[in-house]
Write a protein that binds this ligand. Structure first.
Ligand code: ADE
Ligand code: ZN
Length: 340
């Protein structure tokens, strides 16, 4: 096996941008539809896969929200999350920060506590069985009114032990971060860290708003920040982590040709960028696949892969002692790796 491929596969990894509902594989979708007596618009797994051809973020979201309708019981959420964590264990992932979209479930009559209890049980079991540590990030759906986000925040405030941060996802264009200034302020007052998707399809101004109005500690995606030189200088100066998702960008036509992907430009600009999978079931690859695809497309060098891998631990919300240990283990892995 080529050295770099071996290196990427064996490297200890952290994933910081992963929607748990986006790990729903077509096989599990069909199985849960059967288990829960849910009617899907697809007859079999092949037809589900054929629906995974997206012209834009909105095209994807329509399929993603339809797919999640099969998730009904705590056991479903447990099975979904544990299947992802088992795959991550096999890919040498040591730490994950997972988004979930409660409004995608409560709107269908599935309670917040049903969702959260299944996810928390899976995360606790993965820590026991695999030593994978984790944080949960609850996202507000930005196509919905801010009022509904306030209702969702009330649930999070009851469950502070299990939810570390709040985020913002769904249809970006026409839904600027400033629409959620009030609910993000209340979230911060309640001790939640904040992050937001920005600059995926939306303009660089949305990245500025996420920083200024929502006071986020990370930008999810952020590709379009490159269009604003002053913003790039600010992101580099403040070392704001950015969670970039190569296969997602390709599949959602943010960057259809991966050889044109901005990741190397982002690295060269001194940005604190990381590689992530976003919605791996829908975009054709988990974390390792994202590293392999972008390495190949841009002919990234070992030193660049090391920076990207290390950045993920640096950018994580791990508590300081655990972060220091994870970085030491990462550096030790690099030092000991046989590059011959
Ligand atoms: N929800 C799930 N994946 C998303 C993405 N890439 N952008 C916005 N919302 C999402
Ligand atoms: Zn995302």
């Amino acid at each position: 096996m080529e050295t770099l491929v071996r290196f990427i596969k064996a490297m200890p990894k952290a994933e910081l941008h992963l929607h748990i509902e986006g790990t729903l594989e077509p096989e599990m979708m069909m199985e849960l539809a059967h288990r829960n007596h849910i009617q899907l618009p697809y007859v079999d797994v092949d037809e589900v896969r054929r629906a995974f051809a997206f012209g834009s973020l909105q095209d994807f979201l329509d399929v993603y929200y339809a797919g999640m309708s099969v998730l009904v019981t705590s056991r479903d959420f447990f099975d979904l999350a544990f299947a992802y964590l088992t795959k991550m264990h096999a890919q040498n992932v040591r730490h994950v920060e997972i988004f979930f979209d409660p409004q995608g479930h409560t709107a269908r009559g599935v309670s917040f506590d049903t969702v959260l209890s299944g996810l928390v049980d899976a995360l606790e079991r993965a820590e026991r069985d695999f030593g994978i540590t984790s944080k949960l990030i609850m996202c507000f759906l930005r196509h919905l009114p801010e009022e509904e986000a306030f209702d969702t925040l009330k649930h999070a405030c009851r469950c502070k032990d299990h939810i570390f941060a709040v985020g913002l996802d769904s249809s970006e264009k026409g839904h600027p971060p400033s629409k959620f200034s009030g609910v993000f302020r209340e979230a911060r007052e309640n001790g939640f860290i904040t992050v937001a998707h920005a600059g995926e399809e939306g303009p660089p101004a949305y990245v500025c708003e996420a920083l200024d109005d929502l006071q986020v500690q990370r930008i999810d995606h952020g590709n379009r920040a490159l269009e604003d030189e002053a913003l790039v200088r600010r992101l580099a100066r403040d070392q704001v982590p950015m969670t970039v998702c190569p296969l997602s960008n390709q599949r959602l036509q943010v960057c259809p040709d991966l050889t044109q992907h901005p990741l190397r430009r982002m690295l060269k600009a001194g940005l604190l960028v990381t590689v992530n999978s976003d919605d791996p079931s829908y975009f054709g690859g988990y974390l390792t696949d994202n590293f392999l695809a972008i390495q190949k497309a841009l002919a990234l060098e070992v030193s660049e892969i090391v920076t990207l891998g290390r950045n993920a631990f640096l950018s994580s919300f791990m508590p300081q002692p655990a972060k220091r240990k994870a970085l030491e283990a990462f550096d030790d892995f690099v030092d000991r790796f046989d590059f011959r």
